[in-house]
Design a binder for this molecule. Structure first.
Ligand code: NAG
Ligand code: NAG
Length: 482
């Protein structure tokens, strides 16, 4: 039997956003179930928000650890929290610019403090697994003599586009007065991508924002010093991009990381908002008849867009669940729905502030997903065979749309970043939910789903890459003198 002393111990730090925390928690569980000891670090704010949203939250017994249940099943996952530089009451969503400045400039000092306390005390901690979006991992890894692993939670294509920002700039596709509009065909492993499909930040005319600074420091500079990069991507879906990256750096596509047995869903809370239970409502609907509408955890829409979508849903006559999270618009007013909307939809629609996405889209009565194309949403939609109507808002969502609509043909565009009318919305919803075009999407979806499903089977690429990563990491750890 392996001595506890010999077990590798990794410390994991996700970016404090919902879309990053979910794959990080799943990865932590996966590593722990392969015999790793994990110390998982959340910001105090994220911790506070997750525990306050959890259904069994009891304010009298302040739960101080989200992995308590996972530990009972034998996994060795420790948990610690850290300040992100702001008090709990600070509204990070309304003040996102200030918040991102804090993350870029203050957070690493808090990380350094915490590592000073825990890494120096426990000499078995040998490895750092940090979010690629951070700009400090190589500095911290060097200081504490840790093997550097960078975890990229989005597709490999998006990674390689940021990774090659310099090429885009030299060739006049990024950060120029008059960006070129022809296809980009010089990035290794990328077969021509149109500038309009680049992540929003690479299309911006102002490239001096805080996010640009963060991307430059992290995905362009710091990640190149990592010992290993792991990625929530699937080899069969992006073979050329991935093999080109593998020529530069040890790069392991291990996605999708989600837990399929429902294990994490039940035992580790990941949600930043209380989840409404929609299953009872869904049960009463016919098979494949419900449209699920959600813009994820971060994307913001304008009041006009939300109102137009509401009218479109009314006109379409399909049944729907609409997640309208608090803060979806850049204000907290709640009067953005058309007058009489809820009376008019009656039992046909359910509007909730937040839901457990997996339990909704896995439900057999759900037949379509109107989505902002966040990467977790795309992967989950594929997994449960639900075709998409794409409404990307920013960042990688723009590029993810290209995969879904142009490459894999498992979804339609709702609009291509042009204003859209309620009649068009209604028409596209109906086209997604029924008829010949909907059947074609479902057929294509079956093929993509098969690839993804195979990748995480015991003989699949992601499983193989994951085991390879664990083996390589072990060798690297044993070579680091401590
Ligand atoms: C992690 O990266 C830094 C920066 O490149 C490097 O100096 C250090 O050796 C790496 N850590 C280990 C343990 O290899
Ligand atoms: C670009 O963004 C920065 C940071 O948000 C801002 O200070 C600056 O005024 C912007 N420049 C232009 C030309 O809009």
């Amino acid at each position: 039997m392996e001595d506890n002393q010999d077990k590798p111990h990794a410390i994991m730090v996700p970016c404090p956003f919902q879309g990053h925390i979910i794959p990080f928690i799943h990865l932590a569980i996966k590593l722990a179930s392969k015999g790793y000891i994990i110390t998982f670090i959340n910001t105090e704010k994220i911790h506070h928000q997750i525990t306050n949203s959890s259904p069994d939250h009891d304010p009298k017994t302040t739960q101080d650890d989200i992995f308590t249940e996972a530990r009972k099943s034998g996994l060795e996952i420790h948990y610690a929290t850290i300040s992100d530089g702001f008090p709990l009451g600070f509204d990070r969503s309304l003040n996102d610019d200030q918040f991102l400045h804090g993350l870029a400039h203050v957070f690493s000092a808090h990380v350094d403090d915490l590592f000073g306390k825990i890494v120096n005390k426990d000499s078995r901690i040998s490895c750092l697994i940090a979010d690629t979006f951070f700009g400090w991992p190589s500095m911290i890894a060097k200081k504490y003599n840790l093997v550097n692993v960078s975890f990229w939670t989005q597709p490999a294509l998006v990674f390689t586009l940021y990774y090659h920002m310099d090429l885009l700039k030299i060739n006049g596709h990024y950060d120029c007065h008059d960006n070129r509009e022809d296809a980009i065909d010089y990035i290794p492993g990328v077969e021509g991508i149109k500038p309009k499909d680049l992540p929003s930040y690479l299309q911006a005319s102002n490239t001096t924002t805080i996010v640009h600074g963060m991307i430059h420091k992290s995905v362009f500079e710091d990640v190149k010093k990592a010992d290993f990069v792991i990625c929530n991507a699937v080899e069969e879906l992006e073979p050329k991009t991935i093999s080109a990256l593998q020529e530069k750096q040890p790069f392991y596509p291990i996605g999708p990381t989600f837990a399929l047995n429902g294990f994490t869903m039940n035992t580790v809370a990941t949600s930043l908002w209380s989840e409404s239970d929609c299953t009872h409502w869904l049960q009463a609907k016919p098979h494949g008849s419900v449209l699920y509408v959600s813009f994820g955890s971060l994307a913001c829409c304008s009041r006009e867009e939300v109102a137009e979508i509401a009218h479109g849903l009314l006109l379409s006559e399909v049944s729907f669940i609409w997640v309208l999270r608090p803060g979806i618009m850049d204000s907290y007013d709640n009067d953005f729905l058309p007058v009489g909307f809820e009376d008019e939809i009656k039992d046909r629609g359910l509007v909730v502030p937040w839901s457990c996405q997996i339990s909704v889209i896995s439900h057999p009565t759900v037949g379509g997903f109107l989505t902002h194309c966040g990467w977790n949403s795309v992967l989950e939609s594929i997994w449960f065979n639900v075709p998409m109507l794409c409404y990307p808002v920013f960042a990688d969502q723009i590029t993810n749309r290209k995969f879904v609509v142009d490459d894999w043909k498992i979804g339609f565009n709702l609009c291509d970043r042009k204003p859209i009318s309620r009649d068009e919305i209604a028409e596209k919803i109906n086209r997604l939910m029924s008829g010949k075009s909907a059947n074609d999407l479902r057929k294509n979806m079956g093929q993509i789903k098969e690839k993804v499903e195979h990748s995480i089977s015991s003989v699949g690429s992601s499983e193989k890459n994951f085991n390879q990563f664990i083996g390589d990491l072990k060798v690297r750890i044993s070579n680091v003198t401590r």
